[in-house]
Design a binder for this molecule. Structure first.
Ligand SMILES: NC(=O)c1ccc[n+]([C@@H]2O[C@H](COP(=O)([O-])OP(=O)(O)OC[C@H]3O[C@@H](n4cnc5c(N)ncnc54)[C@H](OP(=O)(O)O)[C@@H]3O)[C@@H](O)[C@H]2O)c1
Length: 343
């Protein structure tokens, strides 16, 4: 029997986004779930810098279309034989795994242990903005920086979030505020500064100027925590100056440059990386923590504590709109998230 087909957006070659072949409409076999996989009917997706980083121009050519996309909101269509967390008909949101095909397709397979239930107060387009960035922000704040989620533990503590209006910054700002930290966000334009304030930043300073004088101007000599969401190497010296003795810095952005850790020595500062794909990439025994944290995020959204970070929605999900979304993200100046809805 011929396999059922589905629509998808993929690539064979790695071109600049202006090239119409950089992302193309394709038809693929509809996959079937095995083991702990869910087959999800994709309703909305969002776009992250990882998409354009993976798609960046290079000589390689794929023999079958490569599908990107690591943010999905959709409905469980079928479950694999070893699934126990979800049933057909459940509304879910998740980021997926970088080692598997992404979710820019009508149907998508994902391990149920990295899937959360979709917040019920959000529609699919508003939910799709959240999973990848929420996992990143949550793991950065609570797992890597070791911040307590409880307000009472963080009185008087400060965090500097570098790139507060971007996708990750928009949810990290809300989570940090929810946990009782004083949040100093960075943004460089009136529009992004306003967005960061609306999401809960107590103060906004400019990431293109030295941090310490700007911090002093708003009443702080140093900060207890720094979450770096952009250009780690460019902010390194500034971060070393702004962090308090025994403070902690987490970065989520890779760099080709060597970082001088010695700058952190006298202050006994901790530096830690966050990669939200680590757990799925290495199949760590605590993989299910991502299921739990996404459910927590859904609960906080439904209780009105967190809000969606969707800023732009394009319809439908096709190559033309996806190329538009990639081009927007490649400017490095998007505010909140860009989402695509409906095939
Ligand atoms: N390790 C992980 O698990 C992980 C997960 C998610 C993302 N990431 C990476 O983290 C980075 C941010 O992701 P994102 O989704 O938040 O990106 P994004 O939404 O594209 O970020 C856009 C924001 O970056 C700000 N920005 C531009 N240049 C900056 C600079 N020099 N310093 C500080 N901020 C600057 C802009 O603010 P203004 O317009 O105000 O300048 C803009 O609001 C990307 O490199 C991404 O690949 C890593």
């Amino acid at each position: 029997m011929a396999a059922e087909k589905m629509k998808a957006v993929g690539l064979y070659k790695y071109f600049p986004i202006e090239n119409p072949d950089s992302l193309i409409d394709v038809e693929l076999d509809k996959p079937r779930p095995a083991g702990k996989d869910l087959l999800v009917k994709v309703k909305a997706i969002s776009v992250n810098p990882v998409d354009y980083k993976v798609r960046s121009p290079k000589e390689r050519e794929e023999s079958a279309p490569r599908v990107l996309g690591w943010d999905v909101a959709g409905v469980v269509e079928q479950v694999g034989p070893d699934c126990s967390l979800f049933r057909p008909g459940d509304e879910v949101f998740y980021a997926g795994s970088i080692t598997r095909p992404g979710g820019n397709s009508e149907f998508h397979l994902v391990d149920e242990r990295i899937v959360g239930r979709k917040p019920s107060r959000l529609d699919f387009a508003h939910a799709a903005a959240l999973p990848l960035t929420s996992i990143t922000a949550w793991e950065s704040l609570y797992d890597r920086l070791g911040i307590s989620p409880n307000k009472a533990d963080n009185a008087g503590r400060t965090i500097l979030i570098i790139g507060a209006a971007g996708g990750v910054g928009s949810i990290a700002t809300q989570l940090a505020k929810y946990s009782g930290l004083t949040v100093i966000g960075t943004a460089s334009r009136p529009e992004s500064a306003e967005w960061a304030k609306e999401l809960g930043a107590d103060y906004v300073i400019n990431h293109f100027e030295a941090f310490v004088p700007q911090l002093k101007a708003v009443g702080f000599d140093q900060v207890d925590y720094i979450l770096c969401l952009n250009s780690t190497e460019k902010h390194w010296t500034n971060m070393a100056e702004a962090i308090a003795p025994q403070g902690k810095i987490c970065s989520i952005v890779e760099t080709d440059e060597l970082l001088n850790l010695t700058l952190l020595k006298n202050k006994s500062v901790t530096f830690v990386w966050e990669l939200m794909f680590t757990r799925s990439m290495y199949q760590t025994p605590d993989l299910i923590e991502q299921h739990k944290l996404l459910n927590e995020v859904a609960r906080l959204v439904d209780e009105g504590v967190l809000r969606t970070t969707t800023n732009v929605t394009l319809r439908p999900i096709n190559a033309e709109n996806l190329r538009k979304a990639h081009a927007m993200l490649e400017t490095g100046r998007t505010v909140g998230k860009v989402v695509l809805e409906g095939f």
